[in-house]
Design a protein around this ligand. Structure first.
Ligand SMILES: [Ca+2]
Length: 235
């Protein structure tokens, strides 16, 4: 009995610790776990994560500042250099990149967004900068469905300063499938993605389109730069 107790109390925790430190960095599923468990996790930067249902590691930028940290960069536009007029397949896989300082333009990809938002209740934060230097935010609960359903957007629970251009009732983007110029899933007679460029959860064209081919749009306003972050809702 003493031996069993010794193994359980003294050796097993050691084994778990060793396992943790050797294997943990490659299987963390989000930037919150990176923050708490990665040796460099409290510093913003590029990390490899693996969503629980994902086959592959993906390199993401974790923004770890603020009260909680744990924000994973899904999208960024800041200089207009990256072409957002892309196909369904390109939006599925993602395109662009950011560097270790978080500079650059990127779309993380619809499949990654689906996997990340399927791990549990997930927050979306949109941070927007306008041409006059104003900064505003929009926060939601977000879930993106699977490709066989058209990567539908489900957003609710708006709070923030930018106004609700995603979930508002008239011509809402919530519940809409994703559309690209080569896959029209929008509710209009025409092809919104062909008209406005980019790929988005078009309804009958846009209130918000952060992936607009000519630059991000929110509530009809053209933005100077924008970031989309996701984070598990649980602390
Ligand atoms: Ca249509």
């Amino acid at each position: 009995l003493y031996l069993v107790s010794f193994v359980m109390d003294e050796l097993l925790p050691l084994y778990v610790d060793v396992r943790f430190y050797f294997f943990c960095p490659i299987v963390l599923p989000d930037c919150v776990d990176i923050f708490h468990k990665h040796t460099r996790g409290e510093t913003s930067g590029l990390f490899n994560i693996k969503a629980s249902a994902a086959a592959d590691l993906v390199s993401v930028y974790c923004f770890q500042e603020g009260l909680l940290g744990g924000w994973l960069l899904v999208q960024q536009r800041e200089n207009g250099l990256l072409n957002f007029n892309r196909t369904w397949a390109e939006f599925r896989e993602g395109f662009g990149r950011v560097d270790a300082q978080g500079r650059g333009e990127v779309w993380l990809g619809n499949q990654n967004l689906h996997l990340l938002t399927s791990q549990g209740e997930t927050l979306l934060r949109v941070e927007m900068q306008d041409g006059e230097g104003g900064v505003s935010t929009a926060d939601y609960i977000i879930r993106v469905g699977p490709e066989e359903e058209g990567y539908p957007l489900h957003v609710s629970g708006y709070s923030g300063t930018a106004g609700d251009a995603l979930a508002m009732s008239s011509a809402s983007h919530s519940g809409m499938k994703f559309s690209t110029w080569d896959r029209d899933n929008d509710a209009g007679a025409g092809n919104c993605a062909a008209t406005h460029g980019g790929g988005w959860w078009y309804n009958n064209c846009q209130l918000a389109n952060l992936n607009d081919g000519a630059g991000a749009v929110w509530d009809g306003r053209r933005l100077k730069s924008v970031q989309m972050f996701v984070r598990p809702a649980a602390l």
